[in-house]
Structures are given as structure tokens and as C-alpha cells.
Ligand binder design. Structure first.
Ligand code: FE
Length: 217
């Protein structure tokens, strides 16, 4: 079994006051963990048991009988990226490596911010907002439920969880306030730049992280 429950790259209280320890623990240890445990349960003893998370998601996406597996496995992948899309003292304008592309594809950082916020706030019901790279162009997008850019052939650079479980403890129904906190105080642009660099080197979307999880021998 290649799947591992991804460790957080910071302490559970590290994102306060923008993301409380209570909400983070519930989200990471209960919601994210449940998706992981269910995925493991569903692949044990099947042909997918020794596949990477990306391979499992792509296989399940093609098979209508595997909707439950797709939903759980994709949610594991989405959350793995979500926790790495944020950091203590993050947010604001991105690293120089990205700012040129942002100006070309959005016009300015403030237009990118507006577009990401728009997708996050207006995603009806549960889902995700994303900053994605399609090999040549950056764009903001959103998906419903567990759906993600990986199965649409795009590289996700940032994942913003807009399921209610992601913000309700701290922000109740005020999704826009949570999105502001994410964009202005939490975004990990350094990680987005690394994913972008991986995509430009021609690695398949998402495969860089899978490779990092394997033994280096
Ligand atoms: Fe979530």
C-alpha cells in the first residue's frame, strides 16, 4: 500500500487566528482522516491496492461503479493540497516567479484575487476553488463536491476548500470572510511556485507529490 495519511507541515495551532486549532483539528483529524480511511478500506484486496493516490483517482474517475472510491480518494488528494496551500503568515501577493504570469493571464494580482474569491464564494454547495495551470495559462476555477483539476488534465497550484466543514466553526455562514482570510493571511505561494515549476518541467499534474511520497532508494 502506497497511501500515507499526509502529515501537516505545521502545528495544529499554527494558522491561528485565521484558522482556529479547533476547526483545523476537526477538519484534518476527522473529515480528512475519514476520507483517507474509507479510501484504504475500498482499495484493500483490489487491483488498486498498490497504486498511487493519483492512479487510484484517475482509475475511479473512469468507472461509474467506483463513484464512492472516486469521491473519497479525490477528497484525500484535495485535502493534501489544501493543507499545503496554506501556511502561518501567508497570503497577500505571490512570489516574483508567479507575478509575471499573473499579470499576463489576469492583468494584476488584485484581478486574480477577485476571480479566485468569486469562484470560492459562488461555488453553490460543497466544493473547491482552485488556481490552475494548463501547461501554458493560469486560471481560477471551481469544482463541485470531490471533483478536482487532476482529472481534467490541469495542474492545481492552490486548493481552497469551500465545503462548510472547512469554515463553519470559525466563520459560520460567512464564507466570504473565510475566503478573505485564506487569500490575505494564509496562502502558501512558495508551494504554488514549486508546483508550477514541476508542471513546467513537464511532470504529469500531481505526480510530483506522488513521487515525493515514494522511497528514494
Ligand atoms: Fe474539507
Amino acid at each position: 500500500m502506497k497511501l500515507r495519511f499526509a502529515e501537516l507541515p505545521y502545528r495544529t495551532d499554527a494558522l491561528e487566528p485565521h484558522y482556529s486549532e479547533e476547526m483545523l483539528k476537526l477538519h484534518y483529524q476527522k473529515h480528512h482522516r475519514a476520507y483517507f480511511d474509507k479510501t484504504v478500506e475500498l482499495i484493500q484486496g483490489t487491483d488498486l491496492e498498490d497504486q498511487t493516490l493519483e492512479q487510484i483517482i484517475k482509475a475511479a474517475a473512469k468507472d461509474r461503479k467506483q463513484t464512492t472510491l472516486f469521491n473519497n480518494a479525490a477528497q484525500v488528494w484535495n485535502h493534501d493540497l489544501f493543507w499545503r496551500s496554506v501556511m502561518p503568515d501567508g497570503g497577500g501577493e505571490p512570489e516574483a516567479e508567479l507575478s509575471e504570469l499573473i499579470e499576463r493571464d489576469f492583468g494584476s494580482y488584485s484581478e486574480l484575487r477577485e476571480s479566485l474569491k468569486d469562484h470560492a464564494v459562488n461555488q453553490f454547495g460543497s466544493g473547491w476553488a482552485w488556481l490552475v495551470f494548463d501547461g501554458s495559462k493560469l486560471s481560477a476555477t471551481s469544482t463541485g463536491n470531490a471533483d478536482n483539476p487532476l482529472v481534467h488534465g490541469k495542474t492545481a497550484l492552490l486548493a481552497l476548500d469551500v465545503w462548510e466543514h472547512a469554515y463553519y466553526v470559525d466563520y459560520q455562514n460567512r464564507r466570504a470572510e473565510y475566503v478573505d482570510a485564506f487569500l490575505d493571511n494564509l496562502v502558501n505561494w512558495r508551494h504554488a511556485v514549486e508546483l508550477m515549476a514541476g508542471a513546467r518541467r513537464g511532470s504529469e499534474p500531481g505526480m510530483k507529490r506522488a513521487a515525493g511520497g515514494r522511497s528514494r532508494s
